[in-house]
Design a protein around this ligand. Structure first.
Ligand code: ATP
Ligand code: MG
Length: 369
């Protein structure tokens, strides 16, 4: 008899078991952060990041930015990589890279990341990261990279492009991004778990193969967000590249327009039924995440006012919830030189740390001449 997975309803696979174990470890980590991070922040050093492919959306705010600020407030040192080379893993053009990077920094600062305590840097400005990739590449096989489910999915979504060397190896670049600063906690979405598993293998294998078993690199842990995957206005995953987002930088009127365009259904009475009414449920969750209510409570509040009533409530919740963020962002945008200064300082600090780690790696490998 096969056992059925409670979430997917498919027979349980090895991937499900790995996912369940990761979720369990992430839950333990979440409790440890609450109990110990304030007393021992060094055990929880965070590395996280985003691709500068477009403006950040409410999914980023709810799933990752809030968590980053929470860790920072407990005194945990945080590194945020703006993964600019990763923009061209699945597309040919780099796009408005300068503007996108600038916009990301504005949203980080507006969300409450403090550049005194958080190192915000761009991948391309830290050459030692590229060099760390070389020994790390020696620790993985092409079969392992080709089997990576996220690489396979991203290849399938990349519009018939052949598999580039960068897409195939970017999980190893990510391993360098995490290990260079000895990141211990990596806040990620579920799609990133296979990459994190590879980073753990790279750390383990480096220690065993090149460092005679000394713990040069600790194995980092994934911190999964408790926000379910937020859907966009078209009913698929909200993503920068899909044109289905509610952006953090939008005005209140733009938000109203975006929410008005969201897919719903024709039933007058609004109820929270995720399986039968996924788009309505997503909007109820979105409003509730901003107001602090359960989706059921939001549904009761909307009652019989149908999709238009629901959208009014969602628009108000998002606009109220983001009002402070947007005001801070507008103010910061008036001073572009301060954004550049944040990046310069972040890049300087990241280079210092990366060069130190690279020197250790070369010494351990006997390459200090
Ligand atoms: P792109 O379309 O360029 O891939 P994206 O919107 O998927 O952009 P990323 O920069 O790839 O954004 O993701 C950064 C992190 O933000 C992810 O690890 C994930 O945890 C989180 N995230 C992105 N989209 C969502 C979403 N819709 N719901 C919840 N979390 C999300
Ligand atoms: Mg993405």
């Amino acid at each position: 008899m096969t056992t059925t997975h409670p979430t997917t309803s498919h027979p349980v696979t090895a991937d499900d078991r790995t996912l369940d174990a990761a979720v369990e470890r992430s839950n333990v980590l979440d409790r440890l952060i609450d109990e110990q991070a304030a007393a021992h922040p060094e055990r929880f050093r965070v590395l996280t990041g985003d691709r500068p492919t477009g403006p950040l959306h409410v999914g980023h705010h709810l799933a990752s930015l809030r968590n980053r600020v929470r860790l920072q407030q407990r005194g945990v040192e945080t590194f945020v990589v703006i993964a600019d080379y990763q923009v061209v893993t699945d597309r040919d053009a780099i796009g408005d890279i300068g503007e996108n990077v600038h916009g990301l920094v504005l949203d980080y600062l507006a969300a409450g990341l403090d550049p005194e305590r958080t190192t915000i840097f761009t991948h391309s400005a830290v050459p030692a990261l590229g060099q760390l990739v070389l020994p790390f590449l020696s620790l993985v096989t092409d079969g392992e990279l080709r089997r990576n489910p996220t690489v396979k999915d991203e290849l399938a979504l990349s519009g018939g492009r052949p598999l580039s060397g960068l897409l195939l190896t970017y999980p190893v670049h990510q391993a360098a991004d995490i290990l260079f600063c000895h990141g211990r906690v990596v806040p990620v979405g579920r799609d990133q778990l296979p990459h994190l598993e590879l980073t753990r293998q790279v750390a383990r294998r480096f220690n065993a193969r090149y460092a005679g078993g000394q713990p040069v690199f600790a194995e980092p842990e994934a911190l999964l967000s408790d926000v379910p995957l937020l859907l966009g206005t078209d009913g698929t995953k909200m993503s920068k590249s899909r044109g289905n987002t509610i952006n953090l930088r939008d005005t209140a009127d733009e938000t109203a327009d975006r929410v008005r365009a969201a897919r719903t259904d024709g039933e007058r009475r609004i109820t929270y039924e995720p399986a039968r009414r996924p788009e309505v449920a997503n909007l109820l969750r979105l409003a509730g995440l901003f107001t602090g209510e359960s989706p059921q409570t939001v549904a009761e509040r909307v009652g019989d006012s149908g999709a238009s009533g629901l959208k009014r409530v969602v628009t108000e919740a998002v606009n109220d919830g983001l009002a402070g963020h947007r005001a801070r962002r507008r103010q910061l945008a008036g001073d572009p030189a301060s954004v550049t200064a944040v990046l310069h300082e972040g890049n300087r600090r990241a280079n210092e740390v990366a060069e130190r780690t690279l020197a250790t790696v070369r010494a351990v490998m006997g390459m200090a001449y």
